[in-house]
Design a protein around this ligand. Structure first.
Ligand code: UD1
Length: 419
């Protein structure tokens, strides 16, 4: 397994091109199952999770072709087996996104239950309850969700918690249901809106995506389309923090700053000068040490849980004391323990981390525990004295496209080495 080696201490300077959003690509690939003709998807990021979703579609009998620019054609018109096996689902929880589309289009879906994961229990009860309310017969047997429905019926669904993939699964299922579905307390993330736009491009009738009330009128069938995935706001935010933490100056291009309001406010509070255009955004720390900031995660448009670990790294070297409160997932502080090994001063109290910034972190061998945790260790490595080695970087490859190349272009001393 590869490792990342990072020698800290250099301010990052320059431009980085942002890739398409992982969390929009995954539901869009799953939604392609709903069409009765091929769809073409552009701006797809080259990531392990995307490869897993393509493999999952392939195992079901969907023809998927990928060209050298990562433009993907998905042809769901052949004989399809609506089955998502454990060996793939266990490697990627987002595989659950095929449940709604399979059931809506084929009347049947056998999808492995994802099980636990490093950042908490992450149940799928809301996905299941929503489909049941739409008339599906669902049993849990042998570790699988076995769902059946001749045709789903539209329903008014009040989601118990704001869930991103839950909203997406139910919105996809509703596109082919009989009648109107209303999703109350829906997730408002830009990736939900991107999925809705993709479904609309296939002929779905959806209103309200981006608000907490989404209304879907079911149609008989969906057709093919060409679609371009939106830019990755979490990758963007991660590179901006890389600029800030190293007291550097980084511009992210081919992105959408409008999706980063909460993150940009925190960067400004940390002392960065932020400038932005329609499709670019930059932070300039002008050689200064960041000021400690407080962060509380919550569903969009509030501060994203997927940026929590990166801002924790920033607080580790900031001037002052910062408090990080994680309200979305119950066990998302694994990175804090690793950062302590690099000299960070962090006190944990339940879902709160109190971080007293130190003047300098020191390099250490550390272990990536989940996707965003591994990004925060890279950021800590960029400012640590000496050479940090990060193991288990397959986590980072799930969500960041060629991170070491992009950081090297900005002047970081980072390389991937075989273990
Ligand atoms: C998605 C993102 C992930 C991000 C998260 C929160 C994808 C592929 N992943 O994950 O990167 O960190 O949103 O922004 O888009 N919950 C339930 N029951 C359910 C479903 C969820 O109780 O049926 C709870 C979860 O345990 C969690 C909260 O709801 O506490 C939010 O989770 P959710 O939005 O569903 O996260 P994901 O969609 O899995």
């Amino acid at each position: 397994m590869d490792k990342l080696q990072i020698t800290g201490g250099r301010p990052l300077e320059g431009e980085v091109r942002i890739s398409g959003a992982k969390n929009a690509t995954l539901p869009i690939l799953a939604a392609a199952l709903l069409a009765d003709a091929p769809v073409t998807i552009a701006n797809v990021p080259h990531l392990q999770d995307v490869t897993t979703m393509i493999e999952l579609l392939g195992r079901m009998g969907v023809a998927v072709t990928v060209d050298e620019r990562m433009q993907i054609e998905v042809d769901p018109t052949g004989g399809i087996e609506p089955f998502a096996p454990y060996d793939l689902v266990k490697t990627m929880r987002a595989s659950i996104l095929v449940l709604g589309p399979l059931l809506a289009r084929f009347g049947k879906a056998d999808v492995s239950l994802p099980g636990g994961c490093a950042i908490g229990a992450r149940p799928v009860n809301i996905h299941v309850a929503g489909l049941q309310a739409m008339g599906a017969d669902i049993r849990i047997e042998n570790g699988y969700i076995k769902a059946r429905a001749a045709r789903l019926r539209g329903a008014r669904l009040v989601l118990e918690t704001v869930t991103v993939t839950g909203t997406e699964n139910l919105m996809m299922a509703a596109t082919l249901a009989d009648g109107e579905t209303v999703l109350e307390n829906a997730a408002r993330e830009p990736e939900v809106v991107d999925l809705a736009n993709f479904l609309i491009a296939m002929g779905a009738v959806i209103h309200g995506a981006g608000t907490d009330r989404i209304v879907i009128q079911g149609v008989k069938s969906l057709h093919g389309c060409n679609y371009r995935v939106l830019p990755d706001r979490i990758e963007t935010g991660t590179f901006l923090v890389a600029g800030a933490i190293t007291a550097g100056h980084v511009r992210a291009t081919h992105t959408c700053p409008a999706h980063l309001d909460a993150v940009l406010l925190k960067l400004q509070a940390a002392g960065a000068t932020v400038a932005q255009g329609e499709d670019w955004v930059e932070v300039d720390m002008r050689g200064r040490r960041p000021v400690a900031i407080d962060v509380r995660t919550a569903p969009y448009p509030a501060f994203p849980t997927d940026m929590q670990a990166q801002f924790a790294a920033l607080d580790c070297v900031a001037d002052g004391v910062g408090t990080i409160i994680e309200t979305v997932f119950e066990n998302r502080f694994m990175h804090m323990l690793e950062m302590r090994r690099m000299g960070a001063e962090i006190r944990l109290e339940g879902n709160t981390a109190i971080i007293k910034g130190v003047a300098r972190l020191t390099a250490a061998p550390v272990m990536a525990t989940d996707l965003r945790a591994s990004a925060s260790l890279v950021l800590a490595g960029l400012v640590a004295e000496g050479r940090t080695e990060i193991e288990r970087i397959y986590h980072i490859d799930r969500g960041y496209e060629t991170i070491e190349e992009k950081l090297s272009q900005l002047g970081a001393q980072i390389r991937r080495v075989p273990n």
